[in-house]
Write a protein that binds this ligand. Structure first.
Ligand code: ZN
Length: 661
């Protein structure tokens, strides 16, 4: 449920709702379609020494999991990364054009935590040649199996990190390392079906394990835990969680950290449930974290979690905004366009806060979500609620870094909309993310006997569509003005324009010519925009041509809102009824295929701007100071580390796993 969207992935100039910083440099590096930014940690100095100490050890725990995500993404990744780093550090002729290409490739590997694009899932190939690489390896005293080099250089080998093609074996055709050699989709599905926990408070069987075949060909579960799979990394995670423990701010937080430690030590999923409950109950700590096998987007079967970490603390001022939204969750539920029979009688436990990210790790680094909504287990969400967060300092870094890059000039239809967007764009983005996370995902209910899994491979797209539409519908509601969240009844138009322009047009800059849209959030955005365009029979909104270029034009914002509402009603029905056929129909009609001519035009216009469609971050560096007894007296923060330096340091200091796991 995380990964709420880079609603403003190519945002433009800022409004006055954030503090301006003069000297801070947001832009760090740029290569291929990727840009590396730096984020600030505002109000860090408002933390107490206790809070800084807690944050420090949780950050260490975040960094120690880095190897895990490389290995989960592909079992060759660690060997490839290490060989490249060796050559990078020891090759003599740094001016060699082949070496320059290796550096570029290595930067890309770091960005994606492996050899597949972090977003498209496609393998990218080295531009340097293989004979040169062989020579360079020898010169640097590195040995690398031919098998591994084949995986790097041969296009057809492990071409896709995660296969989503209907009718293909999703496991055998995925390079991801979530299943052992030779385990087929049918075998894994059968194993999961046999071991499924149907109790009222089920264990998430398979969340923290790899299914492998033993010598007899029987499926066995290889659990991620201390003493099990990824032990060396998890031991260091545990060690740092233990160091963090004395600094816990609340009793709930102390319990949650203890459970997380015990869970890592045993792999016992009962402890993971207990951890989730304690974690979701801890609403009063300023410092908070995610650490462990969490989101299941990268497992082709959507069961096993990818390791991630995010250490953060509450942005007290901005949290007032999401608190207002949460407190009105029931009002939003009652007044949405959905059929009353699909509404929740009681929306409870929607806690929401705005956070400041302080350390990104595992699958949250370098590319990262800007919103998170956890835990993922439905029964815990129902019984105990969930925590929903918006990460403002990252969103802020995106907008700052994009200032004056020419994007809005090129793609927005006129000065009126540009002015509106400049004034309210960031606010609309923040509020949309809040509504999506705090009330969108938590809204609605399933009919008896219906499960979220009924929508199968289209489940994620439909769920994100539902949360996005919920947010869009309410962005324009006078209620937001009444609650003091929106300054006036025009501001929302900036958000509506952005959604339509991005969903139908500009997000296509992330897709290669001729390719389909695969990622769930991108599918959801195009689904909404294209459905609306087709149903805008009174020309509420249309794509128009001006001087040979195409633009989004909105003629009737109220009408557009009605269309969003209409689609929300249908998407909720599909979700509540588990109507797989209708979900498939919608996704296939509106979400997957790309208008080829429009795509070509957008790519050409975008290319002229020389921008990178994907962003990621470098982390700040935290350095503790100790007193005579070894007790932390302060933790300083520094922003000076560069991209290459940071990755080399992480690989040197936080890389405990063996090559093959
Ligand atoms: Zn979402």
């Amino acid at each position: 449920m995380k990964k709420s969207v880079l609603f403003f992935f190519a945002a433009v100039a800022m409004v006055g709702c954030h503090k301006q910083e003069q000297s801070f440099s947001y832009n760090v590096d740029k290569f291929y379609d990727l840009e590396v930014l730096r984020y600030q940690v505002p109000d860090y100095d408002s933390l107490s020494v206790q809070q800084k100490s807690l944050l420090y050890y949780l950050s260490e725990a975040a960094l120690w999991g880095r190897d895990i995500v490389y290995d989960q993404n592909c079992r060759y990744n660690l060997r490839i990364r290490r060989a490249l780093e060796q050559v990078y550090c020891h090759y003599a002729d740094k001016q060699d054009p082949q070496f320059v290409l290796l550096e570029k490739y290595l930067k890309r590997v770091w960005f994606s935590n492996g050899i597949h694009h972090h977003y498209s899932e496609d393998k990218f190939l080295p531009e340097f040649d293989r004979q040169w690489f062989d020579k360079a390896l020898t010169e640097c005293g590195v040995s690398l199996d031919e098998e591994v080099k084949d995986v790097m250089f041969v296009p057809s080998l492990m071409a896709k990190r995660m296969c989503q093609t209907d009718g293909m074996d999703l496991i055998l055709n995925s390079a991801g390392n979530y299943y052992g050699d030779g385990v087929t989709q049918a075998e894994a599905e059968q194993w999961y079906a046999e071991h499924k926990d149907d109790s009222a408070e089920p264990l998430w069987i398979g969340l923290n394990s790899r299914l492998v075949k033993d010598e007899q060909g029987e499926i066995q579960e290889n659990v991620y835990k201390v003493g099990g799979l990824y032990s060396a990394a998890l031991e260091k995670v545990v060690e740092n969680l233990k160091k963090a423990l004395p600094y816990a701010e609340t009793e709930e937080q102390r319990v949650a950290i203890e459970k997380m430690i015990a869970y890592n030590e045993t792999g016992d999923l009962e402890l993971f449930n207990e951890y989730c409950i304690a974690w979701v109950r801890d609403l009063n700590s300023r410092v908070d974290y995610v650490n462990g096998f969490t989101e299941t987007y990268s497992d082709p079967l959507g069961i096993t979690g990818t390791w991630e970490s995010l250490v953060n603390f509450k942005d007290i001022e901005a949290t007032k905004r999401t608190k207002t939204i949460s407190e009105n969750a029931q009002w939003f539920e009652n007044h949405s366009t959905t059929d009353p029979k699909y509404k929740k009688e009681e929306v409870k436990g929607v806690s929401a806060k705005v956070i400041t990210a302080a350390m990104l790790g595992g699958d949250c680094y370098p590319a990262t979500p800007i919103g998170i909504n956890l835990p993922n287990a439905n029964w815990i969400r129902k019984e105990y609620g969930s925590k929903s967060v918006t990460i403002d300092n990252l969103a802020h870094a995106y907008s700052e870094a994009a200032k004056g890059n020419g994007f809005d000039q090129e793609f927005m239809i006129d000065d009126d909309i540009r002015r509106l967007y400049e004034q309210y764009g960031v606010l609309c983005g923040d509020l949309h993310t809040d509504l999506h996370e705090c009330v969108g995902h938590g809204s609605g209910k399933l009919m008896p006997g219906v499960s979220k899994d009924d929508l199968k491979e289209h489940g994620s797209t439909i769920e994100e569509t539902r949360a996005d539409l919920f947010g869009l519908y309410y962005l324009a509601d006078p209620k937001l003005v009444e609650l003091g969240l929106m300054p006036n009844q025009d501001a929302y138009k900036a958000g509506y324009y952005q959604q339509m322009m991005n969903g139908a047009m500009t997000q296509l800059v992330r897709i290669e010519p001729g390719k389909d849209i695969e990622e769930a959030h991108m599918r959801n955005r195009q689904l909404i925009a294209n459905w609306v365009l087709e149903h805008a029979t009174n020309s509420e909104v249309a794509i128009v041509e001006k001087d040979g270029k195409h633009y989004m034009q909105i003629n009737d914002y109220e009408g557009l809102r009605r269309l969003y509402g209409e689609l929300l009603r249908e998407i909720q029905r599909i979700t509540s009824e588990g109507d797989y056929e209708a979900a498939k129909q919608l996704v296939e009609t509106y979400a997957v295929k790309v208008n080829q001519d429009l795509h070509k035009e957008i790519l050409a216009r975008y290319q002229k701007l020389n921008l990178a469609p994907y962003k990621g971050f470098v982390n700040p560096v935290y350095t503790p100071a100790y007193d005579g007894e070894g007790k932390i007296t302060d933790v300083s923060i520094s922003y000076s580390e560069g991209y290459v330096e940071q990755h080399l340091r992480y690989s040197q200091c936080y890389s405990p796993l063996p090559d093959i796991n």
